[in-house]
Design a protein around this ligand. Structure first.
Ligand code: AVJ
Length: 321
């Protein structure tokens, strides 16, 4: 199947754009790198290992909520939906959702990586031969045309699990919700996973696990920049740290420089002082009213919220106003 893979030329310019973005991030007073660089092959494997950690509650909690409430979710979504998933994860949640829906017509996974898309679609096709698979290889933060399924669908449902929305700063999160609003189209809806605020200990342990996998995941970003962007980070020169910023309601992942050092990336050199950090990820945690307000700013009304018994994680069904 054609996943609309990019031409060599546009891949080259996206490389130049990425390098420029990396340079810009490392030129800030608080150095930062985009969390999108976590997910090369090794990073994706490490993330899957994180999801199995005893301390990392989000994945298992979200799956628990789904297993309990999927029939109800399917009733809200209604018959013959066209499912548009923003990004692709391990596939289990998608499989559960598609299996629970009443005659899903088409599945449109949207992801930057054509290979990743193809693997997901190949696997899902075996389980759901009657659902039309229509992958779209693009950056989902910008509006894109949704392919028209061959069979008539009742409405679009945008699916955005995993609390990936938490990686975006509030303004950017509202922007992204606006893209979803547009892709949901008239009469469409949104099913989104949103991680909720809770005590700092639980949060900090989830991002500073005792087996050190999250540390490896964080440091892997430097390995990737070395391999793909001609950088010379010394992985021994940094340590992982994650702190919960209670004022802004977000986990902040950092790489802490263990000494004064210099790093070359492409044709530029950056200086890091001892204890200076590079911020690699924000993971925002919301209250229900905070998220409802962001959804409203994007033109959605939250119609139904499902949570676990501890109120740690939520799945939210939203309709276009
Ligand atoms: C994939 C963005 C949901 O923020 O919890 C896990 C990524 N980072 N451990 C999150 C992550 C460190 C994760 N999301």
């Amino acid at each position: 199947m054609d996943t609309g893979s990019e031409s060599g030329a546009s891949q080259e310019s996206s490389y130049a754009r990425d390098l420029e973005e990396i340079h810009a991030g490392l030129s800030l007073a608080q150095k930062k790198l985009s969390p999108k660089y976590f997910y090369d092959e090794r990073g994706s494997q490490l993330f899957e290992a994180i999801c199995d950690l005893p301390e990392y509650y989000p994945t298992r909690t979200e799956i628990g909520i789904m297993r309990k409430y999927l029939p109800e979710m399917a009733r809200y979504i209604g018959p013959r939906p066209n499912v548009i998933e923003f990004g692709i994860g391990s596939g289990l949640k998608t499989k559960l959702l598609l299996g629970a829906l009443d005659q899903a017509v088409a599945f449109v996974p949207v992801d930057i990586s054509p290979e990743h898309l193809q693997n997901t679609v190949d696997e899902l096709e075996r389980d759901y031969p009657d659902i039309e698979m229509m992958p779209v290889a693009t950056d989902f933060t910008h509006p894109f045309p949704v392919p028209e399924p061959s069979a008539q669908s009742e409405r679009n449902v945008v699916y955005f699990p995993g609390s990936t929305i938490g990686n975006f700063e509030p303004d950017a999160a509202v922007e992204l919700l606006r893209v979803m609003h547009r892709e949901a189209d008239k009469g469409g809806c949104l099913l989104i996973g949103v991680d909720l605020q809770k005590d700092s200990n639980t949060l900090e342990q989830a991002y500073n696990d005792s087996s050190g996998i999250t540390a490896e995941f964080n440091l892997n970003m430097l390995r990737r920049l070395n391999a793909e962007f001609d950088a010379d980070f010394d992985l021994e020169g940094f340590r992982h740290d994650a702190v919960y910023n209670t004022v802004d309601g977000r986990i902040e992942m950092h790489l802490v420089s263990l000494r004064d050092q210099q790093v070359n990336i492409g044709n530029r050199r950056f200086t890091l002082n001892r204890d200076e950090t590079i911020c690699t990820e924000y993971s925002y945690k919301y209250t229900l009213p905070q998220f409802a307000d962001m959804a409203a700013q994007a033109g959605f009304t939250v119609k139904k919220v499902w949570t676990d018994s501890k109120g740690w994680f939520s799945l939210q069904y939203c309709e276009r106003d």
